[in-house]
Design a protein around this ligand. Structure first.
Ligand code: CIR
Length: 259
């Protein structure tokens, strides 16, 4: 059973962190409607959606991916790179504790879940303005006993590694080659984003399917041509807050919660 933890759009989303985008007005009601569409799509694909309680004091709370890295064996609660986002982890940890043993990234390390791309037993971790070498090293120490290896990856011009590259299948990646070098992921075939759609490399695998943003039709077409079953969802309002599709959930295989 696949479970997705999501978190509601905060009334304060207009005060979100922004790194590579200009601030433009965000309509929280429209963002909520798009987020609900995303949750409905997950449900239609057979995913159990569980909402972590919202908190209007936390503008970026909807981007729950950044607060944890959930593996089959353990969940790692992150220490987000943006100080404004650190209080987001508490409520997520409370819910995740029902599904996995918890470990934590401790100060001074920082790590955002959006920088962690898991390919099999390898965690590719982007070095970013949010994720520090100390955070990457701490993650490596936590996951090594479970048989995972951590590989740091350099990328540029976007917020998180998973803005630049995500997986479409076990050996197939969706990449913006201007932002991350595909050779960082040996043995994988690559679908490149359309040149007019640089932000299109963020897609989310759900069972045999992939969720992609309706903002990038030319890249969606390339994904479909690669033989991938792709479903689209509106994300224009959340994109103004520098969010994509993966960042709106923590997706993991779960037995029913323990407590
Ligand atoms: C931030 O800057 O932290 C948020 N406004 C957007 C986070 C998006 N997260 C993600 O792509 N994993």
């Amino acid at each position: 059973m696949l479970t997705a933890l999501t978190r509601p759009v905060s009334a304060s989303i207009e005060r979100c962190e922004l790194t590579h985008l200009e601030r433009i007005p965000i309509d929280p009601a429209r963002a909520r409607a798009q987020h609900a569409g995303y949750e409905r799509l997950l449900q239609s694909l057979g995913v159990t959606v569980r909402r972590v309680p919202g908190d209007d004091a936390l503008p970026d709370a909807v981007f729950i991916e950044d607060t944890a890295v959930v593996l089959d064996e353990v969940a790692i609660i992150t220490r987000p790179g943006a100080p404004s986002r650190r209080p987001e982890t508490r409520a997520v940890a409370e819910v995740l504790a029902g599904y996995r043993p918890l470990r934590h990234i401790e100060a001074p390390g920082t790590l955002d879940g959006g920088d962690v791309l898991r390919l099999g037993r390898t965690l590719h971790v982007g070095r970013s303005s949010r994720t520090s070498d100390a955070g990457i090293a701490a993650l490596g120490r936590i996951v090594a006993p479970y048989g995972y290896r951590v590989v740091p990856v350099d990328f540029m011009e976007c917020l998180h590694l998973k803005t630049a590259v995500t997986d479409l299948a076990d050996d197939l990646l969706l990449v913006n080659p201007a932002w991350v070098v595909p050779a960082c992921f040996p043995g994988c075939r690559v679908v490149a984003v359309h040149a007019d759609e640089p932000f299109a490399a963020n897609a989310q695998r759900v069972e045999g399917m992939v969720i992609h943003s309706a903002r990038f039709p030319r890249t969606t077409e390339r994904i479909a041509r690669a033989g991938v079953d792709v479903r689209v969802v509106e994300t224009s309002e959340l994109a103004k807050a520098e969010g994509g599709v993966t960042c709106c959930s923590l997706l993991f295989r779960a037995a029913p919660p323990r407590g």
